[in-house]
Design a protein around this ligand. Sequence first.
Ligand SMILES: Nc1ncnc2c1ncn2[C@@H]1O[C@H](COP(=O)(O)OP(=O)(O)O)[C@@H](O)[C@H]1O
Ligand SMILES: [Mg+2]
Length: 314
Amino acid sequence: MSGVAVLKGGRSLERQVSMQSGARVEAALKRLGHAVVGIDVDHDLVRRLRDAAPDVAFVALHGRDGEDGTVQELLEVLGIPYTGSGVHACVLSSDKVIAKHEMRAVGIPTPDSLSFNETAFKELGAAEALDAVEERLGFPLVVKPADQGSALGIRFAASAADVPAALVAAFSYSRKVLIERYVDGADLAVSILDSKALPVVEAIPADGLRYDFAARYTIGGTHFACPAELPDALTARAQELAVRTYETLGCRGFARVDLMRDIATDELWVLEANAIPGLTDTSLMPQAADAAGIGFDELVGRVLELALARAAER
Ligand SMILES: Nc1ncnc2c1ncn2[C@@H]1O[C@H](COP(=O)(O)OP(=O)(O)O)[C@@H](O)[C@H]1O
Ligand SMILES: [Mg+2]
């Protein structure tokens, strides 16, 4: 039995998702016999962690602060072991621009893209270079904030006329924006547990709708095929790419890698890695674990054990 602080909530836009992940993780840890303290991450985080003096923290946060290395750095300072990736992997994976550079450097296919920060637009006249961006990437384009999750702020631009509004939307979420080549195809997600790939999940939005924030957290908004019905070679390739992405970014414990399958060519493209995958009852990683015969409690137990084992090695 361990004393476990479950960190959840926080100030990110994915707060509600994290509250659900956290509640489920707490319940699982209790069933596994651990002494659990849930902490809704706020100004008093350090004091509450010191009061609780846990053996380990289960980080069930998503998005800014929780998944980008901020809380991990604090846990390092306090000397509290924690689940999942360390500071470095969180920093790399939470910034899609940086993560894509890391992927390209080792030959992992990720859609061609360009990025701009706010300063480039406000002070360097980047708007005038948009035609060159559009020419290089072609239409449609995907415009997304560099550091958000859950499809927040993502816009699709079918033509040059759509780009300015898409940029405004993306900049309202982040100071850095990624403009990416559109991949016409299906969303695949490969969750990794302890460096090994779980079965592939394919997300199929209802009525051909796009896979956005609302669809993702609305029951019935998206249908998931798990395991995805793919040719064996494609499954193997998706899993291999996901493990390579996980290793390239230095992830630990668990993570989820999102990919697109080009419907015309069957090529696979890695979009991003999520250092702390959602753990709600509609989330993809628990479904993938389940398809591998790993129930939710076992999944949570294994993620915790990996953190404790790493702490013991130090
Ligand atoms: N280049 C792209 N081509 C086609 N669809 C995309 C592309 N990038 C993102 N999408 C769609 O938007 C969703 C969210 O994008 P993603 O990069 O995974 O960001 P996040 O999940 O962090 O919001 C994807 O699952 C996919 O459905
Ligand atoms: Mg994603």
